[in-house]
Structure formats: structure tokens, C-alpha cells
Ligand binder design. Structure first.
Ligand SMILES: [Zn+2]
Length: 112
């Protein structure tokens, strides 16, 4: 693949890419598979300050067997820990496109 082909492919990808989707979700719609009123975070509310919710499966990502409190945690006993190798921060960051603010306007200078 030549440089021109590659650039054309990148331009086409940028044009066809969905930048923003506006949805109005009805209040009655439930998108989670789990019981949304009984999520892992509700089990450790006010009990564990280290709880880190996985945005994909809602389980705890902060489990560390080094700590006694983690080993005794109700989430560890019930297997409510996110141990899926695909739910890594770098992969999640790639799924969520964030708006970039270029403070120095370097991108614009490059484009001109
Ligand atoms: Zn997860």
C-alpha cells in the first residue's frame, strides 16, 4: 500500500465514521443484561472505597488478592469480579471516542 492510498483510506474512514449519535432512551428501556437495581456496586456501597466498576460488565476491577479486605469481599466470594482480559482500560478507551481539544491548534496548522 502506497502512502497516497493509505491517506485516501484514512480520509474515507474519517468521513464515514459515525461521530455522534443522539438517542433519546425511553425511561422504561433497560439496556443492561443484569438486574440494574442489584448491581455489584450496590453490594459494596459505603463498605469498600476501592471498588472500581467495569463499564462493560459492572463488576469490580480493583480486586487485588494482596489485600485481606479484597479476599474477604462479598464480590470475590460470589465471583462478581471483572477478570475478562478484554475489559482492559486501553480497549475501553478505544471504544469510547472522546472529543479532543487542541489547545495549541497544532492540528489546524498542519492541515493548512
Ligand atoms: Zn468487565
Amino acid at each position: 500500500m502506497t502512502e497516497a492510498e493509505r491517506r485516501e483510506l484514512v480520509e474515507r474512514y474519517k468521513q464515514e465514521r459515525i461521530r455522534q449519535v443522539n438517542l433519546t432512551a425511553p425511561k422504561s428501556a433497560i439496556y443492561g443484561k443484569e438486574d440494574m437495581l442489584n448491581l455489584p456496586r450496590h453490594r459494596v456501597l459505603h463498605k469498600c472505597h476501592n471498588f472500581e466498576e467495569c463499564p462493560l460488565c459492572y463488576k469490580c476491577r480493583a480486586y487485588d488478592p494482596k489485600y485481606e479486605s479484597c479476599r474477604r469481599c462479598v464480590l470475590a466470594k460470589e465471583g462478581l469480579l471483572c477478570d475478562t482480559s478484554y475489559h482492559r482500560t486501553d480497549i475501553i478507551n478505544r471504544m469510547i471516542t472522546r472529543e479532543r481539544i487542541d489547545l495549541d491548534a497544532k492540528e489546524q496548522q498542519r492541515a493548512v
